[in-house]
Design a protein around this ligand. Structure first.
Ligand code: SAH
Length: 209
């Protein structure tokens, strides 16, 4: 289904029950997906499907982003790490949700995509929102610990470095698996974890250097 506006796409995700939390809904309304879509694919900007962003990578399907963010449950004022920033779409959503008191560190390993992504969110870049080129599997220690960590590429196993940069009580959402992935929501509780699994996702691979 192709919708005519960002609002119509948001309404669809709400009607499907995938988008629920008011703060997230506001973020999705504020951040226009078309802004993050290449010229060639503009006609499909409001379709609920992944689209190419170049270099063999894709901007995720909006419902998948909504599903992940509902699991992540980001809140105003939090410090968040995002791995696999690509177009910057999720970065912009996170920035809208954490607000002026929060901070977001986004990481992307492919330079060309990072250049594009940084351009897409240039109005947000500064101290509060950073878009960094590098291997996200190592995380970004400088700004740690994080309240929330979201990984938008398929990991073969839970990235250890990221777990160590997560606050106690913090939440990490990461798709894990080879051909298809299971979405994991990991809540750190001291030295143990609460893990909930949601099977049936397909992501481009998380590539460590
Ligand atoms: N959230 C992005 C999704 C991009 S697809 C968007 O909405 O546009 C996943 C991205 O993860 C790709 O751009 C890919 O280059 C990146 N990626 C893969 N392995 C990575 C790693 N180790 N560190 C940082 N980024 C990585």
């Amino acid at each position: 289904m192709i919708f005519e506006s960002n609002q119509a796409l948001v309404d669809f995700m709400i009607a499907r029950g995938v988008l629920k939390t008011p703060a997230l809904i506001n973020g999705f309304i504020k951040v226009d997906r078309a802004h993050f879509i290449n010229k060639k694919w503009q006609g499909l900007a409001y379709a609920d499907q992944p689209l190419p962003i170049g270099e063999g990578q894709t901007i995720s399907q909006p419902s998948t982003v909504a599903f992940m963010l509902e699991l992540l449950s980001p809140e105003s004022g939090q410090n968040i790490l995002e791995i696999g920033a690509g177009s910057g779409y999720v970065t912009a959503l996170l920035a809208a949700i954490v607000g002026l008191q929060g901070s977001v560190v986004a990481m992307e390993r492919i330079k060309i995509l990072a250049k594009q992504g940084r351009e897409n969110i240039k109005d947000l870049l500064g101290k509060r929102v950073q878009y960094i080129i590098g291997d996200g599997t190592q995380g970004y220690k400088k700004n740690s610990p994080y309240d929330r960590i979201i990984v938008s590429a398929a990991a073969s196993r839970i990235p250890e470095a990221l777990i160590s940069q997560l606050k106690d009580g913090g939440v990490m959402v990461v798709p894990v698996g080879k051909e298809t992935q299971t979405m994991l929501r990991i809540i750190k509780k001291g030295s143990s974890f609460d893990i909930t699994e949601y099977p049936g996702f397909v992501f481009v691979p998380l590539i460590s250097e």
